[in-house]
Design a protein around this ligand. Structure first.
Ligand code: FEO
Length: 169
């Protein structure tokens, strides 16, 4: 069983994760538009990851006998001033998602929902990784500055990223 409050909070997080997928898909298109296809690939994989995060929550709600209620997904931004600007936005967004996962934990604590507390641990750890990765890529981009060769090398690196479905349990 799952309380109505916990159910609603998890449904809201499904929407946040799907919006994240949408945001990164929009960033993928932005990078494709400026011919940084490795960055575009990285963002596409990120979109798959976010979809997996949403599906983890979706399956969890169902497994606890809850009710899935999908909401409208907001329109993401479509342009950024530069790769640095885009990754500043990624880091900011991941910090926001971390705060949302913390709020979910607060709700689980208030509802004395131990299974949810246990389940959400995976998301807490994932957010540490997400923020670290975004921060690392942003720092590299800042180091690169206006060095086009270095930017193209980074683009080549990011082209190698492939999606590995996370095991959320
Ligand atoms: Fe689903 Fe990027 O956190």
């Amino acid at each position: 069983m799952i309380s109505e409050k916990m159910n609603a909070a998890l449904n809201k997080q499904i929407n946040e994760e799907l919006y994240s997928a949408y945001l990164y898909l929009s960033m993928s298109a932005y990078f494709e538009g400026i011919s940084l296809l490795g960055f575009a690939n990285w963002m596409k994989v990120q979109t798959q990851e976010e979809t997996a995060h949403a599906m983890g929550l979706f399956d969890y709600v169902n497994s606890r006998g809850g009710k899935i209620e999908l909401e409208q997904i907001n329109k993401p931004q479509i342009n950024w001033a530069s790769p640095v600007d885009a990754f500043e936005a990624v880091l900011k967004h991941e910090q926001y998602i971390t705060s949302k996962i913390s709020e979910l934990m607060d709700t689980a604590e208030a509802e004395k929902d131990r299974p949810a507390l246990s389940f959400l641990q995976w998301y807490i750890k994932e957010q540490v990784e997400e923020e670290a990765t975004a921060g690392d890529l942003l720092a590299k981009l800042k180091l690169i500055g206006s060095d086009a060769n270095a930017l193209l090398l980074m683009d080549k690196d990011l082209a190698a990223r492939t999606f590995v479905a996370p095991v959320i349990e």
